[in-house]
Design a protein around this ligand. Structure first.
Ligand SMILES: [Zn+2]
Length: 335
């Protein structure tokens, strides 16, 4: 049976503004859509943010977010762990009401290079601990902030295994981003539904291991029709969620400027910043994906980048999924 995971990275924009309200509002709309179509969503919770909210005594956002996480769980959605290391040493400027980040601590490997494996793991564990406290749940799936898993892969794999994670979902095959503060090269990743991770997130191990990669949706090479070519802009949805300029009351933030020099975003789908016309291509890509002998489609989106139009797209796409009898599942439903 063809299965779909609708995953959302639950986080604010990293422009320093502490705009949690649009995260809450957009997520409320996502939850309503999910309820209407009885689909399960997976929320990867950026929990280190919550530690910093506590540290600087910002009680209102902390309470609102914890309440929403409880609601997600009560409504049958999954919460899993998302770790953005740039929160670890973030400072809040109370006069400006803004966060200040050290961009050179964007990835886990940055922490390893600067402070060593032990300190990097302590940060990972601190975020995990508050996640477990708030959710009263031990997560089984992980997503790295910015999909950044390279640089200190073995240490990263070890810490995931040590905490009994069963799944990683941080690989988007063929994605490359070269930036001053981020380097991603997922070109060598297999085009498979899942694989065992041994010593690299990007290689399929020949032997069974305790950690499985569930990669993000990437369509195999496809010579598109004119229609498809017309809508190739879809490919850049995810990057636009990093570099959004669209003005909307639903999208109030800006991404962290990582100084991107070049990128290649593969043929994929997401709700982020999607336009209603793109629904056609999302459906088409989904059908093509399943025709390519694939059975598990894992989609990534971000509530922060889900404006009103993107919410309409999600609504219609979910309606279509149930019409096509594609089963929407979470990581706990695998195997
Ligand atoms: Zn993230």
């Amino acid at each position: 049976m063809n299965k779909v995971i609708l995953s959302f990275d639950y986080e604010i924009y990293f422009d320093g503004k502490n705009d949690y309200q649009s995260l809450i509002d957009n997520t409320n709309n996502i939850l309503s859509i999910a309820k209407m179509h009885r689909v399960k969503c997976v929320f990867f919770i950026d929990s280190y943010y919550l530690i910093q909210l506590q540290n600087v005594n910002l009680k209102a956002p902390y309470d609102a977010i914890c309440k929403q996480i409880k609601q997600m769980q009560a409504e049958g959605h999954e919460v899993q762990y998302h770790f953005h290391p740039h929160w670890v040493n973030a400072v809040f400027d109370h006069d400006q009401q803004e966060w200040q980040f050290d961009k050179s601590e964007y990835s886990y490997s940055d922490l390893v290079n600067r402070y060593g494996v032990q300190k990097a793991n302590e940060a990972f564990e601190t975020g995990l601990k508050i996640f477990e406290q708030i959710c009263a749940y031990k997560p089984i799936a992980f997503r790295a902030g910015g999909l950044s898993v390279q640089g200190a892969e073995q240490a990263f794999i070890d810490v995931l295994k040590q905490h009994q994670f069963k799944y990683d979902s941080s690989v988007l095959p063929q994605l490359t981003i070269k930036a001053k503060y981020l380097n991603i090269d997922h070109q060598s990743a297999p085009l498979k539904d899942q694989w065992y991770i041994q010593d690299s997130f990007l290689n399929a191990s020949q032997h069974a291991t305790d950690l499985i990669e569930i990669p993000l949706m990437k369509l195999n090479h496809y010579k598109g029709s004119l229609l498809v070519k017309l809508w190739t802009s879809l490919k850049y949805r995810f990057l636009k969620s990093i570099e959004s300029k669209r003005k909307s009351k639903y999208i109030t933030g800006k991404p962290m400027d990582l100084q991107i020099q070049s990128f290649n975003y593969p043929d994929s789908i997401t709700f982020d910043l999607s336009r209603t016309a793109e629904l056609i291509i999302m459906k088409r890509y989904t059908m093509l994906f399943f025709k390519q002998q694939r059975q598990l489609l894992c989609m990534i989106a971000h509530p922060k980048s889900m404006d009103q139009t993107a919410q309409i797209v999600m609504n219609r796409y979910c309606q279509w999924l149930s019409k096509k009898a594609y089963k929407v599942i979470g990581f706990t439903d695998l195997n």
